[in-house]
Design a protein around this ligand. Structure first.
Ligand code: PLP
Length: 451
């Protein structure tokens, strides 16, 4: 089929996620046909550097024979069976063991799901069930963060703090509230009469959590949920003061900590989990994406001993699960993915070599007239586009500078994402230094054209 045929059929029949269908009808989609390493290819013969690892997930890059072989082998041996009631199968068991071995020591159980959204649905239910079993049924409120993304199911979008999603979501799950995000460039740097330093702002954001707990009544608050680095919200790397202060607040009022590792997990920040980088001890840890490098859909929740012991010892049957919880083929691919990451030392390479290298190269973009801040940690990075470099004033929203930059980038052979006027990268963890150079060159080219 020709590109135009695909585009016509796509327009006529295919409802894309997070897409303005009408605009898509006018523009037509780019048809991605195949990929290898860090590159995707389109139907017109163009090669594009995937600076987003798909959707923050293809951590091992494209075309890994070992993952294809793991899937093929498992499809032949046992393409499907479930883990309900009293059955299980080798891939689910082996993956559960491997995950618990890699995770922080107190996380010794995992509940599998098909996606990150389902993982966060599971979190919501486990958290509330835990407190009910503890004889504190009023502990129901969950504190999340503005502008956070935790998925697209009703529970996921309710936990998330994205206003446009809330507006379209109908009645949200009750008992969820949001506090400010530790977004220093966007909300902290001007100070507004306060100390404008990142450190002071980090503490201010932790104080906002404490204020919310006190307003709700500590006896009513179940958990706080956040990503180590907020991904889809704009690659928001918190000030160093933020997490230690948050930990203190949660411990003071006995609030569970849920760390959403759907993006930060599996090497993105240069450790197996973002929780390790920030020295967090999550009670629950939703995972997905990089778990299988996106080759097949799988997610889960790693559950800390405190919650797991209560659910198991006192909970009886937990009426929750998905047909594809721990799907054998997805689990086999995820296991092969983890094994490859270990044998190739991927996480250590991000921590010791690629992360520092990207930090240096990415920071070189800070001299561009359009860039107000260039930040990165491990292999996640962001550029803040500004209209005036000296004052840091932003562009008018109606100009759509971020989307323009994203489109110019894509046309020139690099996938970057835009969140408003924040440009984001999150490349595969197998990217080389030379490919990072190329990524930075293409990003600068797109900035020049946007200017
Ligand atoms: N949590 C976070 C932090 C995410 O970034 C995402 C997806 O981008 C999700 C949850 C939802 O995952 P999924 O799209 O697999 O449902």
């Amino acid at each position: 089929m020709l590109t135009a045929d695909y585009q016509r059929l796509d327009r006529d029949h295919h409802l894309h996620p997070f897409t303005d269908f009408k605009a898509l009808g006018k523009e037509g989609s780019r048809i991605i046909t195949h990929a290898e390493g860090v590159y995707i290819h389109d139907s017109e013969g163009n090669r594009i550097l995937d600076g987003m690892a798909g959707l923050w997930c293809v951590n091992l890059g494209y075309g890994r024979r070992e993952l294809v072989d793991a899937a093929t082998h498992q499809l032949q041996a046992l393409p499907y069976y479930n883990n309900f009631f009293k059955t299980t199968h080798p891939p689910a068991v082996k993956l559960a063991e491997a995950l618990c071995r890699l995770a922080p020591a107190h996380l010794n159980r995992v509940f599998f799901t098909g996606s990150g959204s389902e993982a966060n649905d599971t979190v919501l239910r486990m958290v509330r069930r835990y407190w009910a079993l503890k004889g504190k049924p009023d502990k129901q409120w969950i504190i999340a963060r503005e502008n956070a993304y935790h998925g697209s199911t009703v529970a996921g979008l309710s936990l998330g703090g994205m206003a446009p999603m809330h507006e379209q979501g109908g009645p949200l799950v009750p008992g969820i509230t949001h506090v400010r995000q530790p977004y220093w460039f966007g909300e902290g740097r001007l100070g507004e009469g306060r100390d404008p330093s990142p450190e002071a702002f980090g503490r201010l954001c932790a104080d906002a959590i404490e204020a919310k707990i006190l307003a709700l009544g500590e006896e009513n608050v179940a958990a706080f949920i956040a990503e180590p680095v907020q991904g889809a919200g704009g690659a928001i790397i918190p000030p160093e003061s933020y997490w230690p202060a948050v930990k203190e607040v949660l411990a003071k009022y006995d609030i569970l900590l849920v760390v959403d590792e759907v993006i930060c997990g599996f090497g993105r920040l240069g450790e197996w989990f973002g929780s390790v980088h920030y020295d967090l001890e999550p009670d629950l840890m939703p995972i997905a994406k990089g778990l299988s490098s996106g080759y097949l859909p799988i997610g889960g929740v790693l559950v800390g001993d405190r919650v797991a012991d209560t659910l198991i010892e006192e909970g009886g049957e937990f009426f929750h699960g998905f047909t594809y919880s721990g799907h054998p083929v997805c689990a086999a691919v995820a296991l092969a993915n983890l094994e490859l990451m270990q044998s190739e030392g991927i996480v250590e390479r991000v921590r010791d070599d690629l992360g520092p290298y990207l930090a240096e190269r990415w920071a070189s973009l800070a001299d561009h007239p359009l860039v107000g801040e260039a930040r990165s940690l491990g292999l996640i990075g962001a550029l803040e586009l500004v209209a005036d470099k000296t004052t840091g004033a932003r562009f008018a929203k109606s100009l759509g500078a971020g989307n323009l930059c994203r489109d110019l980038c894509f046309a020139q052979g690099l996938v970057m994402r835009s969140v408003g006027d924040t440009m984001i990268i999150s490349p595969p963890l197998v990217i080389t230094r030379e490919q990072i150079d190329d990524l930075v060159r293409l990003a600068r080219q797109a900035l020049d054209e946007t200017a």
